[in-house]
Design a protein around this ligand. Structure first.
Ligand SMILES: [Zn+2]
Length: 341
């Protein structure tokens, strides 16, 4: 069973080594998974929820499975065709045992669980290979089902998912289909309220443990991420200026006038675009003007001001003023000067 594999693989929270920092989150996740619990990671976009979930799959060992689309176990096949005749087997690595489902208001129960052709079901039975087309959830068998943005799914779908997780059964139309749920379930939820999100019901949430994940907890960690993941040009980025740039983004996250906060992708964007600006300007080192020249393009659409502020100021103007104030009080800008947007 997959729970035994997880217990062997997750020795400590440090086992999740694809994510820097986030010790609290890793500890919670490790403790939930080794008990076979279903989890929902709650956190804003761009903090590494997907990376963390993939990390779980990577920790799983290579195992022998049927060579079908649904990762059937040779001893316990679940897909219609393997049930009819034995398939070839193959070795499947941990990272191949990861299925991502993107939650959206358009996702249907048929997409998720499967579709039954009623005429053929009458003739051959509802779970026969001829009548039943398995949905995406079957592909997660023996692996990790990563369900991104659960709270964007219609309630009907949430209920179907719950039935599968709790009872190993799915109801499609008037048919009941056995769906032994041998997978690790990791859902995500964006805490920010928006028109496209559906509130997850209390009954639904009662079946999961929630784990919170947020922006990198320290400037040092965010700097490491940016230096590791960012594109590089042959220009130098003075360390103090880089730290100041990242501090600017981090300060915006604490700003009470901002409803949607800039993610790590914003930090990465400033890092890359400031280098590009220096390079295009024929310089070998990034200046604060290069950072400033990237701010509108990288940041203005990534933040959203609170309604009370939004009607008085555009994000562009807001960022310009924040930057001016920031550079006036930050020593990294002593020589370079603040500049204007
Ligand atoms: Zn199969």
């Amino acid at each position: 069973m997959i729970i035994d594999q997880l217990r062997k693989a997750i020795k400590s929270p440090d086992s999740f080594n694809n994510i820097r920092g986030q010790m609290r989150t890793k500890k919670q996740l490790a403790s939930a998974l080794i008990m076979g619990r279903h989890v929902i990671i709650i956190g804003p976009p761009g903090v590494g929820k997907t990376t963390l979930a993939k990390n779980v799959a990577e920790l799983l060992p290579t195992i022998t499975l049927n060579d079908c689309d649904y990762h059937c176990s040779p001893s316990k096949p679940i897909c219609p065709s393997c049930k009819v005749k034995a398939a070839k087997i193959r070795q499947v690595k941990g990272d191949e045992r990861f299925v991502r489902i993107q939650g959206s208001p358009d996702l249907t129960v048929e997409d998720l669980i499967g579709d039954i052709d009623p005429e053929k079901a009458l003739k051959h039975g509802p779970s026969s290979v001829l009548a039943f087309t398995p949905g995406k959830i079957f592909r997660a068998n023996e692996g990790v089902l990563f369900f991104d943005e659960l709270n964007r799914c219609p309630e009907k779908l949430q209920n179907a998912l719950l039935q599968v997780l709790e009872e190993g059964v799915a109801t499609i139309g008037s048919y009941h289909v056995d769906l032994p749920a041998n997978f690790v379930f990791i859902g995500t939820m964006n805490p920010e309220e928006s028109a496209a999100t559906e509130r997850l019901g209390d009954v639904f949430l009662d079946r999961f443990d929630t784990i919170h994940m947020t922006y990198p907890e320290a400037l040092e960690i965010e700097k490491d991420i940016v230096l590791d993941k960012g594109e590089k040009l042959p220009v130098s980025f003075p360390e103090k200026l880089l730290e100041a740039t990242l501090s600017f983004v981090r300060d915006l996250r604490d700003n009470k006038d901002i409803a949607r906060k800039p993610s790590v992708r914003a930090s990465l964007g400033l890092y890359e675009r400031a280098q590009a600006n220096a390079h295009l300007g024929g310089r070998t080192a990034v200046t604060s003007q290069d950072v400033l020249d990237a701010i509108i393009s990288v940041l203005s659409h990534r933040i959203e001001l609170r309604p009370a502020v939004k009607y008085l100021q555009t994000p562009e103007k807001f960022l310009g003023e924040r930057w001016k104030r920031f550079t006036e009080t930050n020593e990294a800008f002593e020589d370079a000067g603040g500049g204007d947007l």
